[in-house]
Unconditional design. Sequence first.
Length: 135
Amino acid sequence: MLRQLLFITLTLVVIAQIVQGDSDCENQRNKVLGDLKKGMFGEFIPSCDADGNYKKAQCNAYTGYCFCVDPMTGKQIGEKTMGEAKYDIGCFEPRCDEVGNYVKRQCWSTKDQCWCANAVDGSQVKKAEKSEDLH
């Protein structure tokens, strides 16, 4: 009986993985590309990495704006910036402590900015300043 239950469980896991198919990023990208074939222009086309996650730096070919996103959800992090050059050096990645809370002082070294952050949700609680001003 236990072997049968184990076999059924493993079979269901394999079927679920096969049925799952494309990631959210790939589904969104395929939808937009399908819309383009129908003559619908102007939609943002997300870029996905090899694992199917959103690439951290996204650029909209129609508007010329670039922005960072959460790789799992595709949700925009921070503000949009005109042009791709600023994103060649990477997107901000928040720092966390050993128990998973956000470190209260967050810095984005490539922009030379630091700010105070809420330890629970990581939101900015003090305006960003040049890093040397916060030492």
